[in-house]
Design a protein around this ligand. Structure first.
Ligand SMILES: *Cc1c(COP(=O)(O)O)cnc(C)c1O
Length: 407
């Protein structure tokens, strides 16, 4: 059997989709380091370093900044299950698939929710969020920063102010933008922001960085019960429902990451090494430099696509810099183009979901892949595949991209 299946030996594929992307080699090296016990002082020191590093990544002073073990969705679920009690009023800002995911989770938690929607490809203006919030008076406002399903980035300035005005808490899914576009937890005044590693952080999926404001932490701790079901802290406004998950109970997870080190799960040592190295790389490069690198790669990708005669999806003012939607020309076989990209060039580009399925490709340039040569190689390969499938390419995508990089 062991011979039959062989050692893991994947092809060297260039992952230029909407995530996951190739991990930085330093991250993979960090992940091959020796394991430690979870209460070993060396391990708890690494945990504290991770907290400090991710404060930098999230641009926050929040004490409660750490990792949830699991993919990005684990961070989303931990945030929502800890903020939402059965019957809680949640306002969900939706303009893509990940807004739908927030709705699905809120529904499972028994929330009474309302939504404020924009069509896919657009964003919801803060004025409309405000109007909906003043009308609905939610306990939580939940939104997505960069929704990779549509490649749009939702502006979030003013979210915190609005929430403070109406006494609500906010949640932001910044999985696709963390480390690639400005994610400013404190400036937004967001109460909980979560991310993942497999997009602009340049790591593998499997760890979800999270940051939690003091006011959100206070609320979450007020839902803390002992094992017998009795609250251990005094909530002011009556009994609060116990958090409906053990694994994702943020009160317990915060106790684990605090100096108390109350046992909860066994921290995923290898993922923590990886997450730590991702953050070190991000901060060493510098946030502004890193955002500019992503912006340039995205601009080059868009310019290259346009030069070849393709059109770029969505409103230019709100497009994410790190993933570009490209309309699939009429009559072209979407799957055949992607198959050629993969089989002839070892490059993966993304398809799309829901209303955009078969309509756009999503090409990412994120983290370790937001680099000049990878953008140029992708555009050159795409040009060859488009020609092979009968599309009349109108100009050189590579030249146009080079102009963005060098011009
Ligand atoms: C990619 C992405 C996720 C992915 O979650 P996983 O559990 O890591 O697959 C979540 N939210 C957004 C906005 C994303 O772009």
């Amino acid at each position: 059997m062991s011979d039959f299946f062989g050692e893991i030996n994947p092809p060297q594929r260039l992952l230029m989709g909407p995530g996951p992307v190739n991990a930085h080699p330093r991250v993979l090296r960090a992940m091959s380091a020796d394991l430690l016990g979870q209460f070993d002082p060396e391990m708890t020191a690494y945990m504290n370093e991770v907290m400090a590093l991710y404060r930098g990544v999230f641009q926050t002073q929040n004490r409660w900044t750490f990792l949830i073990d699991g993919t990005a969705r684990a961070g989303i679920e931990a945030a929502l299950v800890s903020l939402i009690e059965p019957g809680s009023k949640v306002l969900i800002v939706r303009s893509g698939r990940f807004g739908l995911l927030l709705t699905e989770i809120a529904e499972r938690l028994g929330a009474a929710y309302s939504t404020v929607d924009a069509p896919w490809g657009e964003v919801v203006p803060m004025a409309r969020i405000r109007e909906a919030a003043l009308d609905y008076r939610p306990h939580v406002i939940a939104c997505v920063h960069g929704d990779t399903s549509t490649t749009m980035a939702q502006p979030l300035e003013g979210l915190g102010e609005l929430c403070r005005e109406i006494g609500a808490l906010s949640y932001v899914d910044a999985t696709a933008t963390l480390g690639g576009m400005a994610v400013e937890a404190d400036k937004w005044g967001a109460d909980i922001v979560t991310g993942g590693l497999q997009k602009c952080m340049g790591g593998p999926s499997g760890s979800a960085p999270i940051t939690i404001s003091d006011r959100a932490a206070e609320f979450i701790f007020s839902r803390r019960h002992t094992e017998k079901g009795i609250r251990t802290t005094d909530a002011e406004d009556g009994d609060r429902a116990r958090i409906g998950s053990n694994y994702f109970d943020l009160a317990m997870i915060m106790d684990y990451w605090s100096d108390k080190r109350l046992n909860h799960h066994t921290e995923a040592t290898t993922m923590l090494y990886g997450a730590r190295e991702c953050a070190r790389l991000v901060l060493a490069e510098g946030l502004e430099t890193r955002f500019e690198r992503h912006a340039k790669a995205g601009a080059a990708m868009a310019a290259g696509a346009r030069a070849m005669g393709l059109s770029v999806y969505g409103d230019d003012r709100y497009r994410m810099t790190n993933v570009t939607g490209i309309h699939i020309p009429a009559g072209l076989d979407d799957a055949a183009v992607r198959r050629r990209m993969r089989e002839d060039f070892e490059i993966e580009i993304g398809t799309a979901f829901g209303p955009l399925q078969g309509k756009i490709w999503r090409i990412g340039a994120m983290g370790y892949n937001a680099m000049k040569h990878k953008v140029l190689i992708t555009l050159g390969a795409l040009e060859a595949c488009l020609r092979a499938e009968g599309f009349a390419v109108t100009g050189s995508g590579v030249d146009a991209a080079l102009e963005v990089f060098n011009g």
